[in-house]
Design a protein around this ligand. Structure first.
Ligand code: GLY
Length: 404
């Protein structure tokens, strides 16, 4: 049984700000005992849920989602863009619980995932290989992991094009198309880390070029982002600005805004380039001042979803935002830093409540409910998603880390 979580409103609001003398990243500290207790429960419950998830997994398959109405689980092969989140979440939960069954399961599935290091047909190698092998190598560094990460970065770089200044996201039938989605910002961490690990600056340069091109072209004057840009591969000019997973070409797809927020925060972490920090802060402002952001801060699946206020919420976007806001708060001073931390606190608290966190043994073993994968295609709508779980547990870890 899950322990009841009691979060007195006042206590959960208590955030102590310490102006750090020594490190900008420690500029804002946080402590809410009630939320820390909730987070500790989340780790214990998450570990139990992931054992349920593991038990239902066919050999060689990765969790994808679960349909509560039918009780059916859906799985994927290692080539699906989400294959790294299951081992990544297991490793995060192992770090928090020291339960070796979680580590062993991560180790097993990494063995199946490793062949994707040579996959040059996707831009998702950061998600797939860094959330998995990056964490594995951080916890127990191994030459084998380092080689896999290096090969993955090399595979990702095969998709970089000098003329467009971007890494190609999706392939297209038209040979002049060059499709780039905002999500791609999340794959850059793998490249920054590869330069750190090898001393070879070519990975860093590709990451920075992609981030600069995206900054220039992907954002609207209000700092929301388009989902998909189509560049002309022959000239580098932008041919189309459109959506795939959002409500409309001109709408602000919630997870896309979350990817941009997280992605530019990571770019600032590695480069200390103020333009990336400013971009992350501008995205934060767009999200936090949006009239369609609900009071509990869990975004609708699209900020311009026509069904608002009856539109579905996207718990995955909320989880990504929570984790990103915690990191961004550490690079920001004053009221804005406090606001980012406060919002992250609210998001973690609300995602930890019964509306979003699944009861023990339910939800196919996933931790969070109510994610929206691809609404226009009608796939993975109002279901658990592996990346929702991954970034939720990451946000909980980051909050706990700040309070130390
Ligand atoms: N394309 C990744 C996502 O659905 O966010």
């Amino acid at each position: 049984m899950r322990s009841p979580v009691i979060v007195p409103a006042l206590l959960s609001m208590v955030i102590t700000i310490s102006v750090a003398c020594q490190a900008q990243k420690r500029a804002t500290a946080v402590k809410s005992d009630a939320l820390l207790q909730t987070i500790a429960t989340n780790f214990e419950d998450g570990a139990k849920q992931y054992k349920v998830l593991k038990a239902s997994l066919p050999p060689g398959r990765f969790p994808k989602t679960y349909y509560p109405q039918t009780g059916k689980s859906e799985t994927s092969g290692s080539g699906w863009w989400c294959s790294g989140f299951y081992p990544g979440t297991l490793l995060y939960l192992y770090e928090e619980t020291r339960d070796t069954a979680l580590y062993n399961e991560a180790d097993r599935i990494l063995g199946i995932l490793q062949k994707e290091q040579y996959n040059t047909t996707t831009h998702d190698l950061g998600f797939m290989m860094f959330c998995s092998f990056g964490n594995a190598n951080r916890i127990k560094p191994k030459e084998e992991y380092k080689a896999i990460l290096l090969n993955s970065a090399k595979s990702l770089c095969t998709r970089f094009n000098e003329r467009t200044g971007c890494i190609r996201s999706w392939d297209s039938k038209d040979p002049s198309d060059f499709l780039v989605i905002i999500d791609n910002m999340m794959n850059l961490e793998l490249l920054f880390e590869t330069t750190k690990a090898t001393g070879d600056s070519s990975y860093y340069k590709i990451a920075v070029t992609h981030a600069n091109t995206t900054l220039k072209n992907h954002f609207r004057p209000d700092n929301s982002s388009y989902h998909v840009l189509n560049y002309d591969v022959n000239t580098g000019a932008v041919k189309q600005k459109k959506t795939a997973q959002g409500a409309a070409d001109a709408s602000a797809w919630a997870r896309g805004q979350a990817w941009g927020l997280y992605g530019y925060t990571v770019c600032y972490r590695y480069t200390k380039d103020a333009s990336y920090l400013q971009q992350a802060q501008k995205i934060a402002k767009y999200i936090l001042s949006h009239p369609n952001l609900p009071a509990d801060k869990i975004p609708y699946w699209d900020f311009n979803a026509p069904e608002i206020p009856n539109a579905l919420r996207d718990a995955s976007a909320a989880a990504i935002m929570a984790s990103a806001f915690i990191e961004l708060s550490q690079y920001t001073k004053g009221a804005a830093a406090r606001e980012y931390l406060q919002v992250a606190t609210t998001l973690i608290k609300n995602l930890s409540g019964a509306d979003y966190k699944a009861a023990a043994g339910t939800n196919g073993g996933f931790i969070l409910q109510h994610g929206v994968g691809h609404k226009p295609a009608g796939t993975e709508v109002d279901v658990p998603l592996t990346y929702g779980d991954y970034y939720f547990i990451e946000a909980c870890k980051r909050y706990k880390e700040l309070s130390k």
